[in-house]
Design a protein around this ligand. Structure first.
Ligand SMILES: C[S@@+](CC[C@H](N)C(=O)[O-])C[C@H]1O[C@@H](n2cnc3c(N)ncnc32)[C@H](O)[C@@H]1O
Length: 250
């Protein structure tokens, strides 16, 4: 499913790096603290896989999808706007299937897969049906993933042993881009937490454009990419993968 900032297109590069860490170190746990649209999660094979996100509707959508929820073929603009109003009122739906539909619509029908950014009706395509087909394709590769609505800073609490951790946070240049997450994200605190995770002995990787100048953070892969800034213009960026290697506490 198309998701703003999703890594599905980059996973043919990043995926093998993460997978080889899992395989060569005999790792049985893998966690993504910013799981989003599962564009990266669905490429990784590991005994236990955990995905966290600060968007409760998105997490409910993935949980329900794994339990048999089938997304609709079509969501009208009126339905989409009703869902949007519900979220604005702040009443998280206790009806799990409705919450799942809200999570799906907020991405599937939205411009650029950006959370309720505007109902996408460009070129007469049925975005909803396209997204439905895409998530049903992803489904096979997500079986038994544990989805958790939580702050990324709680990630270590969900691990039981040494893990590979892939952090794909909001870019520091646009930290408030993910309006669906109702948990604050501060890029400055982020790197401290990534270093903390590595001091616990975990194998930690981060996707970002830039990092602090710190000898414990090394860029291990990069690629020039074009990002859509507006409907009409694109900007060039360098997408980077960093390995974070803190010194363990005694
Ligand atoms: C770049 S996207 C992740 C994309 C994902 N790797 C993919 O391929 O689909 C960043 C995600 O971080 C989530 N997020 C933002 N702040 C968060 C927080 N404090 N804790 C957990 N997740 C958060 C957003 O809801 C969004 O889904």
């Amino acid at each position: 499913m198309r998701y703003l900032g999703g890594k599905s297109r980059l996973m043919r590069h990043i995926g093998p790096i993460l997978q080889s860490e899992i395989d060569k170190n005999g790792i049985c746990e893998y966690i993504e603290p910013f799981v989003g649209g599962c564009g990266s999660m669905d490429r990784i094979r590991c005994g236990r896989r955990v995905g966290l996100d600060g968007n409760p509707y998105l997490i409910t959508f993935w949980e329900e999808l794994l339990s048999g929820y089938v997304p609709p073929d079509c969501i009208s603009e009126d339905e989409y706007n009703n869902y949007k109003r519900k979220i604005k009122r702040g009443d998280f739906s206790t009806d799990r299937l409705e919450a799942a539909a809200i999570g799906f619509a907020g991405i599937a029908c939205a411009f650029s897969g950006s959370w309720y950014a505007g109902y996408s009706k460009a070129d007469g395509r049925n975005r909803c049906a396209e997204a439905k087909r895409a998530v049903l394709k992803q489904l096979d590769k997500l079986s038994e993933v544990e989805f958790i609505y939580a702050d990324y800073k709680k990630s270590h609490e969900y691990l039981t042993r040494r893990a590979v951790i892939y952090l794909d946070p909001p870019y520091a240049t646009v930290p408030n881009l993910y309006q669906g997450s109702n948990i604050k994200y501060d890029p400055k605190e982020f790197w401290e937490y990534a270093l903390f995770l590595s001091t616990l002995g975990h194998i930690v990787y981060v996707s970002e454009y830039t990092s602090p100048d710190d000898p414990r953070i090394a860029c291990v892969w990069s690629k020039d990419v074009k990002v859509c800034a507006h409907q009409i213009s694109t900007k060039k960026r360098v997408e980077r993968l960093y390995k974070v290697n803190g010194v363990a506490y005694n």
